[in-house]
Design a protein around this ligand. Structure first.
Ligand code: E4P
Length: 220
């Protein structure tokens, strides 16, 4: 499973990239607003830090606007993936951009039918939003299972399933169990994946016992 970081915060991103576990980045207009920086400047920096796919979302809602913004953003770096919403205009834009050779991430997916359409439109990624479905009383993870089952039936579909709107480490684990190709993870949840109180306790206890031996490794 590939791990993307869901952020436009350069400091957070740099620190997570140091783990060697980051395969890509996703951004959205809300994350850019939180960063309080110029979109294209942040996007350029992110693309220099991460060599993997970096999703940049269009804000136009009409086809011509999406195409113009998508083509413009795609010129910023060869690893930019254009993010479009799962509307009919977004699907049309996806189809055209994909045919031009630009990878597209179709976002705001809330149903298996929508995911089927995105694959037919040639999306490189489909982003089902797990947390936001949970928020309205549906099981977000069920959607991941449905999309995995559908895409597995059609080997011609090359669309990768990108589990989005991740709210907990359990979401990441369950998305991996379901067979999602990618999880895009907020920095806080990313850190929760490797932090565990029993690991910290175990390290402290091993260290304390080791100090009692008076030994050092490789320095005797
Ligand atoms: C995905 O690409 C989105 O940026 C993100 O996962 C949305 O998550 P949220 O529901 O926590 O805003």
């Amino acid at each position: 499973m590939k791990f993307f970081v869901d952020t436009a915060d350069i400091t957070e991103l740099r620190s997570l990239v140091e783990t060697g576990l980051v395969d890509g980045v996703t951004t959205n207009p809300t994350l850019i607003a939180h960063a309080r920086r110029q979109f294209e400047e942040v996007l350029t920096e992110i693309c220099a830090i991460v060599s993997g796919p970096v999703s940049a979302e269009v804000t136009a809602i009409d086809l011509e606007g999406m195409l113009a913004e998508g083509r413009h953003l795609a010129k910023i770096s060869s690893n930019v993936v254009i993010k479009v919403p799962l509307t009919v205009e977004g699907l049309k834009a996806c189809h055209i951009l994909a045919q031009e050779g630009t990878p597209v991430n179709v976002t705001l997916c809330f149903s298996a039918a929508q995911a089927l359409l995105a694959a037919k439109a040639g999306a490189a990624y489909i982003s089902p939003f797990i947390g936001r479905l949970d928020d309205v009383g549906e099981l977000g993870m069920t959607l991941i299972h449905q999309i995995v089952e559908i895409y597995d039936n059609y080997p011609d579909f090359k669309t990768e399933i990108l589990a989005a709107s991740i709210r907990s480490p359990l979401h990441v684990v369950e998305a991996a169990q379901a067979g999602a190709d990618v999880a895009t993870i907020p920095p806080k949840i990313f850190r929760q994946l490797y932090n565990h109180p029993l690991t910290d306790k175990g390290v402290a206890s091993f260290l304390s016992d080791w100090q009692k031996t008076g030994q050092t490794i490789g320095r005797d």
